[in-house]
Design a protein around this ligand. Structure first.
Ligand code: NAD
Ligand code: UDP
Length: 309
Protein backbone atom coordinates (compact mmCIF):
# COMPACT_ATOMS: atom_id res chain seq x y z
CA UNK A 1 0.00 0.00 0.00
CA UNK A 2 0.97 3.65 -0.41
CA UNK A 3 0.31 5.04 3.06
CA UNK A 4 0.12 8.71 4.07
CA UNK A 5 1.02 9.25 7.74
CA UNK A 6 0.32 12.72 9.05
CA UNK A 7 2.42 13.45 12.13
CA UNK A 8 4.87 10.81 10.88
CA UNK A 9 7.89 12.55 12.45
CA UNK A 10 6.41 12.34 15.94
CA UNK A 11 6.81 9.66 18.59
CA UNK A 12 4.06 7.27 17.44
CA UNK A 13 4.07 8.33 13.77
CA UNK A 14 7.76 7.53 13.30
CA UNK A 15 7.34 4.07 14.85
CA UNK A 16 4.42 3.51 12.47
CA UNK A 17 6.60 4.56 9.51
CA UNK A 18 9.21 1.94 10.53
CA UNK A 19 6.62 -0.77 11.12
CA UNK A 20 4.80 -0.25 7.82
CA UNK A 21 8.03 -0.05 5.79
CA UNK A 22 9.08 -3.32 7.41
CA UNK A 23 5.75 -4.82 6.23
CA UNK A 24 6.57 -3.75 2.66
CA UNK A 25 4.49 -0.57 2.36
CA UNK A 26 5.48 2.83 0.88
CA UNK A 27 5.20 5.77 3.28
CA UNK A 28 4.42 9.39 2.56
CA UNK A 29 5.14 11.15 5.85
CA UNK A 30 3.60 14.62 6.27
CA UNK A 31 4.72 16.71 9.23
CA UNK A 32 5.52 20.32 10.13
CA UNK A 33 7.68 19.45 13.19
CA UNK A 34 5.57 21.51 15.61
CA UNK A 35 6.14 18.82 18.24
CA UNK A 36 8.00 16.27 16.11
CA UNK A 37 11.70 15.69 15.68
CA UNK A 38 13.71 15.35 12.46
CA UNK A 39 15.90 12.78 14.20
CA UNK A 40 12.92 10.38 14.42
CA UNK A 41 12.92 9.96 10.62
CA UNK A 42 16.60 10.67 9.84
CA UNK A 43 17.29 6.95 9.31
CA UNK A 44 14.50 6.77 6.71
CA UNK A 45 15.47 9.77 4.57
CA UNK A 46 17.41 7.64 2.01
CA UNK A 47 14.96 4.72 2.13
CA UNK A 48 13.25 4.13 -1.25
CA UNK A 49 10.02 3.27 0.56
CA UNK A 50 9.89 6.65 2.28
CA UNK A 51 9.01 10.15 1.18
CA UNK A 52 8.75 13.24 3.39
CA UNK A 53 6.54 16.30 2.86
CA UNK A 54 7.04 19.26 5.20
CA UNK A 55 3.50 20.63 5.50
CA UNK A 56 0.96 21.88 8.02
CA UNK A 57 -2.05 19.58 7.52
CA UNK A 58 -4.43 22.20 8.92
CA UNK A 59 -4.02 23.63 5.42
CA UNK A 60 -5.09 21.89 2.20
CA UNK A 61 -3.03 18.72 1.60
CA UNK A 62 -1.83 18.06 -1.94
CA UNK A 63 -0.54 14.50 -2.56
CA UNK A 64 0.53 13.69 -6.14
CA UNK A 65 0.92 9.92 -5.67
CA UNK A 66 -1.77 7.24 -5.51
CA UNK A 67 -2.78 6.59 -1.92
CA UNK A 68 -4.27 3.41 -0.40
CA UNK A 69 -4.45 4.49 3.25
CA UNK A 70 -4.30 7.72 5.27
CA UNK A 71 -3.30 7.53 8.94
CA UNK A 72 -4.03 10.84 10.65
CA UNK A 73 -1.64 11.14 13.61
CA UNK A 74 -0.77 14.84 13.42
CA UNK A 75 -1.61 16.61 16.69
CA UNK A 76 0.22 17.81 19.75
CA UNK A 77 -0.39 14.98 22.25
CA UNK A 78 1.34 15.86 25.50
CA UNK A 79 -0.76 18.08 27.83
CA UNK A 80 2.20 20.49 28.02
CA UNK A 81 2.27 20.69 24.21
CA UNK A 82 -1.44 21.19 23.67
CA UNK A 83 -1.56 23.85 26.37
CA UNK A 84 1.36 25.61 24.61
CA UNK A 85 -0.34 25.28 21.19
CA UNK A 86 -4.09 25.37 21.96
CA UNK A 87 -5.26 26.91 18.66
CA UNK A 88 -2.97 24.71 16.54
CA UNK A 89 -4.34 21.69 18.43
CA UNK A 90 -7.94 22.68 17.70
CA UNK A 91 -7.06 23.35 14.06
CA UNK A 92 -5.25 20.08 13.43
CA UNK A 93 -8.05 18.08 15.12
CA UNK A 94 -10.71 19.83 13.04
CA UNK A 95 -9.27 21.25 9.79
CA UNK A 96 -6.40 18.74 9.75
CA UNK A 97 -8.86 15.86 10.08
CA UNK A 98 -11.10 17.35 7.38
CA UNK A 99 -8.17 17.67 4.95
CA UNK A 100 -6.85 14.18 5.76
CA UNK A 101 -10.32 12.72 5.20
CA UNK A 102 -10.47 14.70 1.96
CA UNK A 103 -7.31 12.98 0.74
CA UNK A 104 -8.78 9.57 1.64
CA UNK A 105 -12.04 10.36 -0.16
CA UNK A 106 -10.45 11.67 -3.36
CA UNK A 107 -7.91 8.81 -3.52
CA UNK A 108 -10.49 6.14 -2.53
CA UNK A 109 -8.19 5.21 0.34
CA UNK A 110 -8.85 3.84 3.81
CA UNK A 111 -8.64 6.30 6.69
CA UNK A 112 -7.51 5.73 10.28
CA UNK A 113 -7.89 8.41 12.95
CA UNK A 114 -5.58 8.54 15.96
CA UNK A 115 -8.10 9.37 18.65
CA UNK A 116 -7.51 9.19 22.37
CA UNK A 117 -8.73 8.08 25.77
CA UNK A 118 -9.17 11.82 26.40
CA UNK A 119 -12.51 11.60 24.56
CA UNK A 120 -13.70 9.98 27.83
CA UNK A 121 -12.50 13.09 29.73
CA UNK A 122 -12.41 12.59 33.51
CA UNK A 123 -14.34 9.31 33.30
CA UNK A 124 -17.03 8.29 35.75
CA UNK A 125 -16.77 4.62 34.82
CA UNK A 126 -13.82 2.28 35.09
CA UNK A 127 -12.59 0.60 32.99
CA UNK A 128 -13.67 2.66 29.97
CA UNK A 129 -15.51 0.76 27.23
CA UNK A 130 -15.94 2.21 23.74
CA UNK A 131 -19.67 2.79 24.31
CA UNK A 132 -19.01 5.22 27.20
CA UNK A 133 -19.77 8.78 25.98
CA UNK A 134 -17.36 10.52 28.27
CA UNK A 135 -17.25 13.33 30.82
CA UNK A 136 -15.45 16.27 29.23
CA UNK A 137 -15.20 19.92 30.28
CA UNK A 138 -15.41 21.78 26.94
CA UNK A 139 -14.26 25.11 28.41
CA UNK A 140 -11.40 23.84 30.59
CA UNK A 141 -7.78 24.00 29.40
CA UNK A 142 -7.79 20.36 28.22
CA UNK A 143 -10.93 21.05 26.16
CA UNK A 144 -8.77 22.16 23.21
CA UNK A 145 -7.48 18.61 22.81
CA UNK A 146 -10.47 16.59 24.02
CA UNK A 147 -13.06 18.46 21.98
CA UNK A 148 -10.84 18.55 18.88
CA UNK A 149 -10.55 14.76 19.04
CA UNK A 150 -14.29 14.35 19.69
CA UNK A 151 -14.98 16.56 16.66
CA UNK A 152 -12.45 14.51 14.65
CA UNK A 153 -14.32 11.30 15.55
CA UNK A 154 -17.66 12.84 14.52
CA UNK A 155 -16.17 14.05 11.22
CA UNK A 156 -14.68 10.61 10.58
CA UNK A 157 -18.05 8.90 11.15
CA UNK A 158 -19.72 11.43 8.83
CA UNK A 159 -17.26 10.56 6.02
CA UNK A 160 -18.02 6.87 6.63
CA UNK A 161 -21.80 7.40 6.56
CA UNK A 162 -22.16 10.05 3.88
CA UNK A 163 -19.10 9.60 1.65
CA UNK A 164 -18.58 5.86 2.07
CA UNK A 165 -14.93 6.26 3.07
CA UNK A 166 -13.59 3.10 4.78
CA UNK A 167 -12.76 4.69 8.14
CA UNK A 168 -11.34 3.39 11.42
CA UNK A 169 -10.89 5.08 14.79
CA UNK A 170 -8.31 4.00 17.35
CA UNK A 171 -8.68 5.38 20.88
CA UNK A 172 -5.11 5.35 22.12
CA UNK A 173 -4.45 5.16 25.87
CA UNK A 174 -1.19 6.45 27.43
CA UNK A 175 1.65 5.02 25.37
CA UNK A 176 5.38 5.38 26.05
CA UNK A 177 8.68 4.27 24.56
CA UNK A 178 11.76 5.28 22.62
CA UNK A 179 11.69 8.59 20.66
CA UNK A 180 9.50 10.43 23.18
CA UNK A 181 11.04 13.88 23.61
CA UNK A 182 13.00 14.23 26.84
CA UNK A 183 11.15 17.49 27.55
CA UNK A 184 7.74 16.52 26.17
CA UNK A 185 6.22 16.88 29.66
CA UNK A 186 4.36 13.58 29.95
CA UNK A 187 4.79 11.45 33.07
CA UNK A 188 7.12 8.75 31.71
CA UNK A 189 9.63 11.09 29.98
CA UNK A 190 9.54 13.52 32.92
CA UNK A 191 10.12 10.85 35.56
CA UNK A 192 12.81 9.03 33.55
CA UNK A 193 14.79 12.16 32.75
CA UNK A 194 14.45 13.48 36.31
CA UNK A 195 15.63 10.11 37.68
CA UNK A 196 18.59 9.94 35.29
CA UNK A 197 19.69 13.50 36.19
CA UNK A 198 19.11 12.95 39.95
CA UNK A 199 16.52 15.76 40.01
CA UNK A 200 13.32 15.73 42.08
CA UNK A 201 10.55 13.57 40.57
CA UNK A 202 7.52 15.84 40.13
CA UNK A 203 4.32 14.01 41.02
CA UNK A 204 1.23 16.16 40.42
CA UNK A 205 -1.37 16.25 43.20
CA UNK A 206 -0.97 13.43 45.71
CA UNK A 207 -0.24 11.03 42.85
CA UNK A 208 -3.42 9.07 43.55
CA UNK A 209 -4.74 9.47 40.00
CA UNK A 210 -4.37 6.31 37.91
CA UNK A 211 -3.12 5.60 34.39
CA UNK A 212 -2.38 2.46 32.35
CA UNK A 213 0.78 2.54 30.21
CA UNK A 214 1.21 0.70 26.91
CA UNK A 215 4.59 0.11 25.25
CA UNK A 216 4.86 1.55 21.75
CA UNK A 217 5.52 -1.75 19.91
CA UNK A 218 2.26 -3.20 21.29
CA UNK A 219 0.33 -0.10 20.24
CA UNK A 220 1.70 -0.13 16.69
CA UNK A 221 0.79 -3.82 16.32
CA UNK A 222 -2.78 -3.05 17.45
CA UNK A 223 -3.08 -0.14 15.02
CA UNK A 224 -1.92 -2.28 12.10
CA UNK A 225 -4.48 -4.97 12.95
CA UNK A 226 -7.21 -2.32 13.05
CA UNK A 227 -6.07 -0.82 9.73
CA UNK A 228 -6.30 -4.23 8.03
CA UNK A 229 -9.69 -5.03 9.63
CA UNK A 230 -13.24 -4.39 8.41
CA UNK A 231 -14.14 -2.46 11.60
CA UNK A 232 -15.49 1.09 11.63
CA UNK A 233 -16.47 1.58 15.28
CA UNK A 234 -13.86 3.02 17.69
CA UNK A 235 -11.46 0.54 19.28
CA UNK A 236 -9.53 1.12 22.53
CA UNK A 237 -5.87 0.18 22.29
CA UNK A 238 -3.90 0.36 25.53
CA UNK A 239 -2.53 -1.70 28.35
CA UNK A 240 -5.21 -2.40 30.98
CA UNK A 241 -2.71 -2.72 33.82
CA UNK A 242 -3.61 0.31 35.95
CA UNK A 243 -1.45 1.95 38.63
CA UNK A 244 -1.30 5.27 40.45
CA UNK A 245 1.07 7.98 39.29
CA UNK A 246 2.85 7.70 42.68
CA UNK A 247 3.40 3.98 42.05
CA UNK A 248 4.82 4.79 38.62
CA UNK A 249 7.24 7.33 40.14
CA UNK A 250 8.44 4.74 42.69
CA UNK A 251 8.83 2.08 40.00
CA UNK A 252 10.97 4.42 37.91
CA UNK A 253 13.20 5.23 40.91
CA UNK A 254 13.67 1.50 41.43
CA UNK A 255 14.39 0.67 37.80
CA UNK A 256 16.87 3.54 37.38
CA UNK A 257 18.47 3.04 40.82
CA UNK A 258 18.19 6.82 41.18
CA UNK A 259 18.64 8.83 44.38
CA UNK A 260 15.96 11.31 43.27
CA UNK A 261 13.29 12.33 45.80
CA UNK A 262 9.56 12.49 44.99
CA UNK A 263 8.01 15.95 45.38
CA UNK A 264 4.29 16.75 45.00
CA UNK A 265 3.29 19.66 42.73
CA UNK A 266 -0.06 21.23 41.94
CA UNK A 267 -2.46 18.94 40.08
CA UNK A 268 -3.29 20.36 36.61
CA UNK A 269 -6.92 21.46 36.06
CA UNK A 270 -9.26 18.63 34.98
CA UNK A 271 -6.51 15.99 35.22
CA UNK A 272 -8.47 12.70 34.89
CA UNK A 273 -8.64 10.80 38.19
CA UNK A 274 -8.75 7.33 36.65
CA UNK A 275 -7.93 5.83 33.28
CA UNK A 276 -8.00 2.18 32.29
CA UNK A 277 -8.96 0.77 28.89
CA UNK A 278 -11.44 -2.05 28.50
CA UNK A 279 -9.78 -3.93 25.62
CA UNK A 280 -12.42 -6.65 25.14
CA UNK A 281 -13.25 -5.32 21.66
CA UNK A 282 -9.59 -5.33 20.52
CA UNK A 283 -9.11 -8.82 21.98
CA UNK A 284 -12.23 -10.33 20.42
CA UNK A 285 -12.27 -8.56 17.06
CA UNK A 286 -8.56 -7.98 16.35
CA UNK A 287 -7.01 -10.82 18.35
CA UNK A 288 -4.84 -8.16 20.01
CA UNK A 289 -3.53 -7.84 23.52
CA UNK A 290 -0.37 -6.17 24.85
CA UNK A 291 2.76 -8.30 25.20
CA UNK A 292 5.41 -6.04 26.76
CA UNK A 293 5.23 -5.71 30.54
CA UNK A 294 5.94 -2.36 32.15
CA UNK A 295 9.28 -3.26 33.72
CA UNK A 296 10.59 -4.39 30.33
CA UNK A 297 9.14 -1.40 28.45
CA UNK A 298 10.50 1.07 30.99
CA UNK A 299 13.98 -0.48 30.77
CA UNK A 300 13.98 -0.20 26.97
CA UNK A 301 12.84 3.43 27.24
CA UNK A 302 15.45 4.14 29.91
CA UNK A 303 18.26 3.04 27.55
CA UNK A 304 16.96 5.47 24.93
CA UNK A 305 16.67 8.34 27.42
CA UNK A 306 20.20 7.73 28.72
CA UNK A 307 21.55 8.21 25.19
CA UNK A 308 19.21 11.13 24.40
CA UNK A 309 20.05 13.19 27.51
P1 NAD B 1 3.96 13.75 18.99
O1 NAD B 1 3.82 15.15 19.44
O2 NAD B 1 5.27 13.06 19.22
O3 NAD B 1 3.63 13.60 17.45
C1 NAD B 1 2.69 14.40 16.78
C2 NAD B 1 3.29 14.77 15.43
O4 NAD B 1 2.31 15.52 14.70
C3 NAD B 1 4.54 15.63 15.53
O5 NAD B 1 5.56 15.14 14.69
C4 NAD B 1 4.07 17.02 15.07
O6 NAD B 1 5.09 17.79 14.53
C5 NAD B 1 2.98 16.63 14.08
N1 NAD B 1 1.98 17.68 13.85
C6 NAD B 1 1.21 18.31 14.77
N2 NAD B 1 0.42 19.23 14.18
C7 NAD B 1 0.69 19.17 12.85
C8 NAD B 1 0.18 19.84 11.71
N3 NAD B 1 -0.76 20.79 11.81
N4 NAD B 1 0.67 19.51 10.49
C9 NAD B 1 1.61 18.55 10.36
N5 NAD B 1 2.13 17.87 11.40
C10 NAD B 1 1.68 18.18 12.62
O7 NAD B 1 2.78 12.93 19.69
P2 NAD B 1 2.46 11.37 19.71
O8 NAD B 1 2.47 10.91 21.10
O9 NAD B 1 3.28 10.66 18.69
O10 NAD B 1 0.93 11.38 19.25
C11 NAD B 1 0.57 11.09 17.90
C12 NAD B 1 -0.94 11.00 17.78
O11 NAD B 1 -1.45 9.98 18.65
C13 NAD B 1 -1.68 12.29 18.15
O12 NAD B 1 -2.75 12.47 17.26
C14 NAD B 1 -2.19 12.01 19.55
O13 NAD B 1 -3.35 12.72 19.83
C15 NAD B 1 -2.45 10.51 19.49
N6 NAD B 1 -2.37 9.92 20.84
C16 NAD B 1 -1.18 9.66 21.43
C17 NAD B 1 -1.14 9.12 22.71
C18 NAD B 1 0.14 8.75 23.40
O14 NAD B 1 0.10 8.25 24.54
N7 NAD B 1 1.30 8.93 22.81
C19 NAD B 1 -2.34 8.87 23.39
C20 NAD B 1 -3.54 9.19 22.75
C21 NAD B 1 -3.55 9.69 21.47
N1 UDP C 1 2.14 13.76 35.86
C1 UDP C 1 2.87 13.94 37.02
N2 UDP C 1 4.11 14.51 36.92
C2 UDP C 1 4.66 14.88 35.74
C3 UDP C 1 3.91 14.68 34.56
C4 UDP C 1 2.64 14.11 34.64
O1 UDP C 1 2.41 13.59 38.13
O2 UDP C 1 5.80 15.38 35.76
C5 UDP C 1 0.80 13.14 35.97
C6 UDP C 1 -0.32 13.92 35.29
O3 UDP C 1 -0.85 14.88 36.15
C7 UDP C 1 -1.29 12.79 34.99
C8 UDP C 1 -0.40 11.57 34.75
O4 UDP C 1 0.86 11.88 35.34
O5 UDP C 1 -2.11 12.55 36.11
C9 UDP C 1 -0.18 11.25 33.29
O6 UDP C 1 0.19 12.45 32.66
P1 UDP C 1 0.67 12.54 31.14
O7 UDP C 1 1.05 13.96 30.91
O8 UDP C 1 1.68 11.50 30.87
O9 UDP C 1 -0.61 12.16 30.28
P2 UDP C 1 -2.19 12.34 30.50
O10 UDP C 1 -2.66 11.01 30.94
O11 UDP C 1 -2.46 13.40 31.52
O12 UDP C 1 -2.66 12.71 29.15
Amino acid sequence: MNVVITGGAGFLGSHLCDYLIEKGHFIICVDNFITGNEKNIEHLRENKSFKFINHNVSQYIDIGDDVDAVLHFASPASPVDYLTFPIQTLKVGSLGTLHSLGVAKSKKAKFLLASTSEVYGDPQVRPQTEDYWGHVNPVGPRGVYDEAKRFAEAMTMAYLRYHDVDTKIVRIFNTYGTRMRVNDGRAVPNFLSQAIKGEDITVYGEGEQTRSFCYVSDLVDGIYRLLMSELHDPVNIGNPEELTVMELAKEIIEITGSKSKIVCKELPTDDPKVRQPDITRAKNLLGWSPKVDRADGLRRTLEYFKSAI
